[in-house]
Design a protein around this ligand. Structure first.
Ligand code: ATP
Length: 217
C-alpha cells in the first residue's frame, strides 16, 4: 500500500483512530468483512462519508460484500502505528489529570504518558499508576530528557498560557488542551482543544432543540 498519509484530508484523518478501533475489534472477533452500513452504525458517521473516507484509504467496498477487514486493518496499522511510541507529558495532576494517568490510553499502543507535572508540592515526588509527578519548574529539562513531543493540559485556565510558553521551550509540538482557555502558540505547534463543559452543554442543547427522531437522517 503506497498511499501518502498527507493526501488524506484532515477531517478524514481525524476519523482514522475511530475507524481503526472498530476494525480492530471486528478483526479480533474473526470477522472478514464489514459493510459501510454496519460501520456507519457503529462509529456514528454517515455511510456516504465513510465511503468517501475509505476511498482515500484505497479501500473500495464491493456491493454485497462490503470492505475487507484485513486490508483496512493493515492500512490503519501502517498509517497510525508509527514504529516509535510518542511520549506524552501530562500537566496538572488534579481530578481529570489523575484519571488520565490511570487510563493512559492503553488501547493505543503508540502513545504513552511517561511523566506528569504539577505546581502543588504535595503532589510533586509522588507516583501515580507508575508515572512520576515532577514540579512544573522542571518541565523543560525533564521533557527534553525523554523526548516528549506532546502534552495534555489539565490545569486551571489561568495557568494555561504560562504553561504553554514553557512547553514551547521544552520542544513540545502538540498540545491537547482541556482547559477552556484559548492559548497562543507559534505556527509549528498544533493545539487540539477539548472543552468538556462546552461539549456537554452542546449535547443538552441539541437534545432539547433537535430531538433525534425529527432530525433528517
Ligand atoms: P484538585 O481537586 O486536585 O484540586 P482539580 O482538577 O479540581 O484538582 P484544578 O484547579 O483544575 O483542580 O487543577 C488541576 C491541577 O493543576 C491541580 O493539581 C493543580 O495543582 C495544578 N496546577 C495549577 N496551576 C498549575 C501550574 N501553574 N502548573 C502546574 N500545575 C498547576
Amino acid at each position: 500500500m503506497d498511499i501518502e498519509p498527507t493526501k488524506i484530508p484532515q477531517a478524514t484523518a481525524k476519523r482514522l483512530p475511530l475507524y481503526y478501533r472498530f476494525i480492530n475489534n471486528l478483526h479480533s472477533k474473526g470477522k472478514q468483512r464489514v459493510s459501510s452500513k454496519e460501520l456507519s452504525e457503529a462509529v456514528k458517521v454517515d455511510s456516504a462519508t465513510i465511503r468517501r473516507d475509505f476511498s482515500y484509504f484505497g479501500a473500495l467496498g464491493k456491493k454485497g460484500y462490503g470492505y475487507n477487514v484485513n486490508y483496512l486493518l493493515n492500512f490503519f496499522r501502517e498509517t497510525l502505528d508509527q514504529d516509535e511510541t510518542t511520549n506524552v507529558a501530562l500537566i496538572g495532576v488534579g481530578n481529570l489529570g489523575t484519571a488520565f494517568l490511570h487510563y493512559n490510553f492503553k488501547k493505543n499502543n503508540n502513545t504513552k504518558i511517561v511523566m506528569a507535572f504539577d505546581s502543588d508540592e504535595s503532589k510533586v515526588g509522588t507516583n501515580i499508576a507508575g508515572i512520576p509527578v515532577y514540579h512544573i519548574h522542571d518541565v523543560v529539562e525533564k521533557a527534553k530528557e525523554q523526548n516528549v513531543s506532546v502534552a495534555i493540559m489539565t490545569v486551571p485556565s489561568f495557568a494555561a498560557q504560562g504553561i504553554a510558553d514553557q512547553l514551547m521551550e521544552a520542544g513540545i509540538i502538540g498540545i491537547l488542551n482541556f482547559t477552556p482557555a484559548r492559548i497562543s502558540v507559534p505556527n509549528h505547534v498544533r493545539v487540539h482543544h477539548i472543552d468538556l463543559a462546552v461539549e456537554l452543554q452542546s449535547l443538552v442543547y441539541f437534545l432539547k432543540h433537535y430531538p433525534l427522531d425529527e432530525e433528517e437522517q
